[in-house]
Design a protein. Structure first.
Length: 240
């Protein structure tokens, strides 16, 4: 079997509302910070993950809190899961984690996951994890997020604030308190998810950028690199 090129990502991906899962070979990535909680689980040797201070975290299962800058150094087979911070799933997992920005994934979560499943099955398992608990999110923010998930990027937060009858600054403050990240980062995450879904449905990169709400393909590329540490050229083949 041919080994994957070290700079390319190869494997199985599932994009669902609120969760993204990837299983396979993790290629090159640069320092970045997600708008989501990240779980990184190795199938072989321990992962190596560098934080913004240069410290390297070594473990087979690591979580990274939303908005924490990091880069994955290990290129072995991994399962990567991104979960939106306002969800009951993310809040449940974070309630089990220490307050450290990066650390070991709680054993209770690992027990519930079968990393040898397909990505879509892992997403399904996670969605069933916390079916009885509701995320304790400010209802005004929930209303804003419902609009922002599919809103065009231009003036998105201003428009959401008007819908919620809040000032834009107040909405941003509530979002940072509830999500642990700026609202603008969450909005860009949703735009990336829309663009990725469009690529999976056969759109070109330029078309997908417009579908995601970006001004052009270059804007999409810059945003993907900032939030995910990769460029479309290294991952687009996964969505085809």
């Amino acid at each position: 079997m041919k080994k994957p090129k070290p700079n390319l990502w190869s494997g199985d991906v599932c994009i669902s509302e609120g969760i993204m899962a990837f299983i396979g070979h993790a290629g090159d990535n640069s320092p970045h910070s997600h708008a989501t909680l990240q779980l990184a689980i190795s199938h072989t040797e321990p992962l190596l993950l560098k934080d913004s201070s240069g410290r390297v975290h070594r473990s087979k299962e690591l979580y990274v809190r939303p908005g924490i800058k990091h880069a994955l150094l290990s290129s072995s087979k991994v399962t990567l899961i991104l979960i939106e911070p306002q969800s009951s799933i993310a809040r449940h997992i974070l309630s089990l984690c220490p307050t450290n920005p990066i650390g070991d994934v709680p054993a209770e979560i690992i027990t519930n996951l079968n990393i040898n499943n397909k990505a879509v099955e892992i997403v399904s398992t996670l969605k069933k994890l916390v079916v009885t608990k509701q995320a304790d999110v400010d209802p005004r923010l929930s209303q804003a997020l419902l609009y922002l998930r599919h809103a065009p990027l231009k003036n998105a937060i201003r428009n959401a604030a008007e819908i919620c009858q809040l000032s834009e600054s107040r909405l941003r403050a509530i979002a940072t308190q509830n999500l642990e990240i700026p609202l603008s980062k969450w909005v860009l995450w949703c735009a990336i998810a829309r663009a990725s879904k469009a690529i999976a449905e056969g759109e070109s990169l330029a078309e997908a950028a417009v579908t995601g709400g970006f001004s052009d393909q270059a804007h999409y590329t810059r945003t993907l690199h900032k939030l995910m540490g990769i460029t479309p050229g290294k991952t687009t083949h996964l969505l085809k």
